[in-house]
Design a protein around this ligand. Structure first.
Ligand code: FES
Length: 266
């Protein structure tokens, strides 16, 4: 049988036959990411107002150095004097790197920020395609290592929620169990971040991707089904957790600055 190759004319950048609002999604992603990156960078550089009562902003958790409550004490002496110090600088690169290398986010920001391609069936700017097998995109493969670190961060954030249940009486200094709106904000943050992290494609591969027959491994099978269940809504968890982690920082910050009041439920 003979086949005749169809001539596929190369589209010019932005050229398309699509008549729908294909540009809307990349534009929304561009706007959403830009706002978030601007806020997170600003929040990280502040270096203050990240604690309020028993609450700790997730941008600064775990707090390794910076305040008397941190793991290793105040600002370290080895920190270069020319670089401003913020406890967030020691931590924020982990969730930042995890999201930057996430399979979902890559697809979204390649379209929104590099127009590569702008959308399906829309002409793109470059003429050659190397995938992610060459420098610099090959570095995206560090994603699984960011996953390991991010799983550890989730544990610390869960411990923060536990800490956020213990309020100190300013008169006696005695701690007692309580629940504030801030506790709920931080708890929801852990739920959303866990749903995003545990639905990671790399984790799914790690849990069951290399096994030929999962049915003979009941524990692994359940784990694989749980990760797959979260993975099906990975984009949704990615955006919800992104928004809420930013809001959690804002909540603690505004309470600490005296602009918002934290409401104690009991
Ligand atoms: S693929 Fe999105 S977090 Fe791993």
């Amino acid at each position: 049988m003979t086949t005749t190759p169809l001539p596929l004319p190369r589209r010019r950048f932005g050229e398309t036959s699509r008549r729908d609002f294909w540009w809307l999604q990349p534009a929304a992603v561009f706007l959403g990411f830009s706002c978030y990156i601007a806020y997170a960078t600003w929040g990280a550089f502040q270096g203050e107002h990240y604690r309020f009562g028993p609450y700790l902003s997730p941008f600064y958790s775990p707090e390794l150095f910076g305040s008397p409550e941190s793991f290793f004490g105040p600002k370290p002496s080895w920190w270069p004097t020319l670089i401003p110090f913020s406890a967030a600088f020691l931590i924020l690169w982990i969730p930042g790197g995890f999201r930057f290398t996430c399979y979902y986010y890559r697809g979204a920001y390649y379209k929104a920020f590099a127009a590569d391609p702008p959308a399906c069936a829309v002409g793109e700017p470059r003429t050659k395609y190397k995938g992610e097998h060459a420098f610099p995109l090959i570095l995206q493969n560090v994603h699984r290592y960011f996953l390991y670190l991010s799983l550890a961060i989730i544990v610390f954030l869960a411990l923060d929620v536990w800490q956020a249940l213990w309020f100190t009486d300013p008169a006696t200094g005695v701690k007692s169990l309580g629940l504030g709106v801030g506790t709920l904000v931080l708890a929801l943050n852990v739920v959303l971040l866990s749903s995003y992290t545990l639905g990671c494609h790399s984790l799914r591969h790690l849990v069951g991707g290399r096994v030929d027959r999962l049915s003979g491994m009941p524990v692994r099978l359940v784990a694989y089904q749980c990760v797959s269940c979260l993975n099906r809504r990975h984009m949704r968890w990615a955006w919800l957790s992104l928004f809420w982690v930013g809001f959690s920082d804002l909540y603690v910050r505004l309470c600490s600055m005296g602009i918002w009041s934290d409401w104690r439920i009991f």
